[in-house]
Ligand binder design. Structure first.
Ligand code: ZN
Ligand code: ZN
Length: 338
């Protein structure tokens, strides 16, 4: 089968002909139809994150937004059938037994396996997944439409949930890229008022087209002043990866507001304990989501017109797509089709 393979961290991904995997007990073989390209794929390939570099296997097939159809069942699989439409997210497998799994927080599982990092992912014609962790896709979405929801959509949905977003609240989304434009749509679907902050007028226009009720360009406008004029934000969600975005976001909150940390800046950001305490500010960090979060998101997508803006490209363009992501040229999400 054809696959995009990372042979060594720091080297470019290449298209190769590799053996089609066969499902072990408890696994399903999935014929991948589409797989979204996440910025994390670029960071994994380049070895940018100290936390993940040691657990990234090589050779590796990247991709953790895989959507396809069950093609074959491993021994003992009863919950899936050949022909089922399924998606495979970042959380490839969780143990179900550790204290975090028992608390319903499987994204913190101490034995978890990560798709397209510790095990082969979806930049290939076929992939394996535990039957228990291959999630049914919403019938209203094509594979290419569903794929980006498996990481980008899930990540912002779970962060909104963790931030306690309620109808009528004011939300500022920092960064209007792949995560940000979904965050705006999801916040609106939750009944909140959402706006976008970015450094690019182009991306802000894009945010408006996705339902942003207001936009602020942080290079030319005083973000915190404008946010305070609106009464301050209940939640400021940072999907951008620059430390200054977090510092600005904190200043935009109303008293009792929540900073939601989603984007991963490599550099630390400064926080004043005095303003945290006096404003009773909460800082909530959120990584991907559980299977239950994904079920909730898919149910929401069936009810509200939440759609990721996608551009589909053939698998062999993976290296060009990585370059475009690095240069910040991707609007919404690029989805590779097999
Ligand atoms: Zn991702
Ligand atoms: Zn566990």
């Amino acid at each position: 089968m054809k696959a995009a393979v990372l042979t060594e961290i720091g080297k470019p991904v290449t298209i190769q002909d590799v053996a089609k995997p066969s499902p072990a007990a408890g696994q399903v073989l999935i014929r991948v139809e589409a797989c979204g390209v996440c910025h994390s794929d670029v960071h994994l390939a380049d070895g940018d994150w100290d936390l993940l570099r040691p657990i990234t296997k090589t050779p590796l097939i990247l991709g953790h937004e895989a959507a396809g159809v069950v093609a074959e069942l491993g021994e003992g699989v009863t919950g899936s059938r050949v022909g089922d439409r399924v998606g495979v997210p970042w959380l490839h497998w969780s143990c179900g037994e550790c204290e975090f799994c028992l608390e319903g927080r499987e994204t913190l599982c101490i034995k978890q396996k990560v798709t397209g990092c510790m095990v082969d992912g979806g930049f290939a014609e076929y992939m394996l997944a535990p039957a228990t962790h291959a999630s049914p896709l919403p019938s209203s979405l094509s594979a290419a439409e569903a794929a980006p929801l498996l990481c980008a959509g899930l990540t912002v949905y779970k962060a909104m949930k963790a931030s306690g977003v309620r109808p009528g609240q004011r939300i500022a989304v920092f960064g209007a890229g792949g995560l940000g434009h979904l965050a705006i749509q999801i916040a609106r679907a939750m009944g909140a008022h959402a706006g976008a902050v970015d450094v690019s007028d182009d991306k802000l226009e894009f945010a408006k087209s996705q339902g942003a009720e207001w936009t602020i360009n942080s290079t030319t406008e005083q973000v915190h002043k404008k946010c305070r004029q609106m009464g301050g934000m209940h939640v400021a969600m940072v999907t951008a990866a620059h430390p200054s975005a977090y510092e600005t976001a904190l200043r935009c909150l109303r008293r009792g507001g929540t900073l939601a940390v989603v984007g991963m800046a490599n550099e630390p950001f400064k926080v004043s304990a005095v303003s945290l305490v006096s404003g009773e500010t909460r800082i909530v960090a959120s990584a991907v989501g559980t299977r239950e979060d994904l079920r909730e998101l898919f149910a929401m997508v069936e009810k509200y017109p939440i759609r990721c803006t996608i551009e589909t490209r053939p698998l062999d363009q993976v290296t060009q797509v990585f370059e475009e992501l690095k240069r910040g040229q991707v609007r919404g999400r690029v989805v590779l089709t097999m």
